[in-house]
Design a protein around this ligand. Sequence first.
Ligand SMILES: Cc1cc2nc3c(=O)[nH]c(=O)nc-3n(C[C@H](O)[C@H](O)[C@H](O)COP(=O)(O)OP(=O)(O)OC[C@H]3O[C@@H](n4cnc5c(N)ncnc54)[C@H](O)[C@@H]3O)c2cc1C
Length: 572
Amino acid sequence: AIYRRSEGLPDVTFDFIIVGGGTAGSVLANRLTEIPQFQVLVIEAGPDNEGVFDLMVPGFVFNIANSAFDWNFTTTPQKGLNDRIITFERGHGLGGSSSVNGMIYTRGSSSDYDRFARVTAEPTWSWDALQPYVRKHESFTPPVDGHNTANEFDPRVHGTNGPILTTLPALLNPSIDSRMLATANQLKGDFVFNLDMNSGTPLGTGWQQATAGHGERSSAATGYLSAAVRARPNLHILLETRVTRILKSSGPGTAFRTVEFTSGAGPSSPRTTLTAAKEVILSAGSIMTPHILLHSGIGDKQTVSKLGIDSVLDLPSVGMNLTEHPFFAVTFDLNITDDTDPWGEVFIDPTVTNEAIALWNATQGGPLATIGRLDQIVWARVPPSTFNDNVPDPSSGSNSAHYEMGISGTATSLISGSSIVSPASRGTVSINSSNPFDPPLIDPGLFTNELDLTMARESIRALFRFVAAPAWKDVLIGPTAPLVNNPTDEFLNDFLRNTSFANLHPTGTAMMSPANAQWGVVNPDLLLKKASGLRIIDASVYPFVPCAHTQASVYIISERAADVVKAAWGVL
Ligand SMILES: Cc1cc2nc3c(=O)[nH]c(=O)nc-3n(C[C@H](O)[C@H](O)[C@H](O)COP(=O)(O)OP(=O)(O)OC[C@H]3O[C@@H](n4cnc5c(N)ncnc54)[C@H](O)[C@@H]3O)c2cc1C
């Protein structure tokens, strides 16, 4: 059941208290309540996702920023971005960031997961070992327009029975799609057609896949917290309630089974505590998980002590290693005269938008049933000569991408949403007060490592090579200002520093490490180091960011983590 005040909660002993009903938290809530004797409480800071139009309609993804479903964070001034402060959206509500994200479904490369296994000395985090979980969360669903998808994906690498619906684009854009696929054929090499970028080898040009089905967004909340799951008598979801700290239990040893929370909105709001009989599971995401840990005195001893917070566990890696993908748009002017797309103006002309809304309401189809105009993505590597002994390759292996180009177009422009997906830069999440209501200091450190700029320049030059293919000859005008032909390195550095944003894929701020390692925050079983009772399950535990948009990996990791928890309590 759903509650909004802790006073209404039933008088039961909660075996598990999950902090954050986001992407990972929803997976855990579902899987742990499959065991009827487990009583599970989820505490989520934000509201319910149910019935919220902008969260349901894929085409309205850009309406969500700055709403009640966004934490409305900004970064610290970014040195690598000419000291610009940028927005840093995070989901606030059931489903967390999966309720607000861009729905792009990409798993990354097999070597990303093999690197997880290698650096944590835990073989069960490898791609091969994770295969059951790679499929368990997913149900591949035909696109809403019912077109033949035979050459657009490989059904053998997809799940068919999981809670999360995935699909292929439906609002096809033939004049762009045909040229994209022709380019892959004409140039091959880095841009060769890849039938399915989610096979473990993403490299090349392939059809984009999204977490949507039957015209609607599929999020951790719609998928894992369906009406039937919410009705389970052992699942209790407390909304609009913020966890302020996790408290050390009294008695010998270092155990953390108590959460402190409030439904108030400020530092003096009355706080309540509840203690889990088995575990607290922290799933507040890569930004708020370290924020809660630091406010609880779990983190670098000197840093927290300086702020007047009692240090209860000295773990210097908390909040370190923030890894994020820098994102930049690169645009070319086109002149397509045979464009027959009736929905070209859907987000520009209000009359067309209203027609699209009416169509979506009536049929859950039409242009709003799909995410904008993005039909294909290119994943590629920079030349090996970019690296040497002093400048090592930051990617996880030779089947991993360094950069991504999500290419969409209209009759007049071709836009690549480009990103460095194996970055070398690292940042931090920290705090500057003892008030848990103060926002975290988010420093993703974008472009602080020169190598990321080098790779970004190379990706822009790769896009120039891409649009130089014969397929574009009759329609390409040239780069859109301020971009110019044959740009110098200096020009591109300025362009990148002045225009880049965060791709909103933060990971690594509570990273896992081998059980005996002095660094890291959690062990490979995701239990907090040097303590008991507290597990962390969300994107913060990744030691490295995958070369992918990060939601698929959160589903994979959380599904496996649910089994790790069940095994620890003897029910698997
Ligand atoms: C705008 C946006 C676009 C994105 N686009 C894509 C995309 O297209 N494809 C993709 O794969 N990935 C995308 N991502 C990234 C992806 O959604 C995330 O990596 C993933 O959902 C993170 O899951 P998580 O469980 O770690 O955290 P979240 O899903 O963010 O969950 C954390 C939850 O904890 C709650 N919480 C935090 N602090 C507290 C507290 N103190 N008390 C109680 N509750 C708390 C939050 O409200 C939230 O519900 C995007 C993210 C955003 C924000």
